[in-house]
Design a protein around this ligand. Structure first.
Ligand code: ATP
Length: 229
């Protein structure tokens, strides 16, 4: 579904993603793990089109989208949940989710969104800024779902969220993948969350993918050595 070949991304003269090549299958869940500042967010931003690539190619669903603007990537079936969630604090839950309807896949919020996130149904009239971190994360995922994505991209979904809630989010994301057939690609620093949710693990270190493994036979100690300072 998604193929990155030799992707390089720079801020000015400083290259932070260095020759990344990876493939994401049409179903299933893949994690990119790495320490702070290793290039996870920058890599995901280049996939959704918020950062231009300096060289390399991105193929999505058989089409070269390397030069396509973000809105076309969303139309083609990608959705993105940014780090820090970026919900609109002064809009209600329902209004926040409705901003995702602009792609036109659904005319109104489909029922399945509230079925996956019942807490959002209870709070649909509450302002987004009054929600807890975990509820805001669910809101950001719900907003991404109404564009009917084939690939859901999440940047550090556990950041700033209590462990008990991250377990619930992992369960819900797993269900979304299985029941709606959405492929999931996310970045993470919390290895337990990544192993719990994903089938394939990629380790990023100083802008390079240094390990790729199926989660069931990953060498956990080896991966941990890239996550600790
Ligand atoms: N807007 C920017 N301008 C210049 N350098 C940047 C910018 N954003 C990120 N960087 C640098 O690029 C490198 C990779 O950052 P990036 O945010 O992609 O890492 P990350 O692995 O997602 O880390 P984090 O967990 O902190 O988000 C870091 O050295 C960072 O300082």
């Amino acid at each position: 579904m998604l193929e990155l070949s030799n992707v390089e991304v720079s801020y000015g003269g400083s290259t932070v993603v260095r020759g990344v090549t990876l493939t994401i299958e049409g179903t299933g869940t893949s994690a990119i793990v790495g320490r702070n500042g290793m290039g996870k967010s920058t890599l995901l931003k280049s996939v959704i089109g918020m950062m231009p690539v300096r060289s390399g190619n991105i193929i999505f669903d058989g089409n070269d989208i390397t030069k396509e603007p973000s809105y076309r990537r969303v139309r083609a079936g990608m959705a993105y949940v940014p780090q820090g969630r970026m919900i609109f604090p002064s809009l209600t839950v329902e209004e926040n989710i409705s901003t995702g309807l602009e792609t036109g896949r659904y005319k109104s919020i489909p029922d399945f969104v509230y079925e996956f996130f019942p807490v959002l149904a209870e709070m649909r009239s509450r302002k987004g800024g009054l929600l807890s971190g975990g509820q805001q994360q669910q809101l950001a995922i719900a907003r991404a779902l109404v564009s009917k994505p084939k690939l859901l991209i999440l940047d550090e979904p556990t950041e700033g969220i209590q462990p008990s809630i991250t377990k619930e989010i992992a369960r819900t994301l797993g269900r979304l993948g299985r029941e709606l057939g959405i492929a999931i690609l996310f970045s993470e620093q919390v290895l337990s969350f990544a192993l719990n949710l994903s089938e394939t693990l990629h380790v990023i270190d100083r802008g390079r993918i240094v390990r790729t493994a199926k989660c069931h036979d990953v060498d956990v100690e080896d991966v941990k050595s890239f996550l600790t300072i």
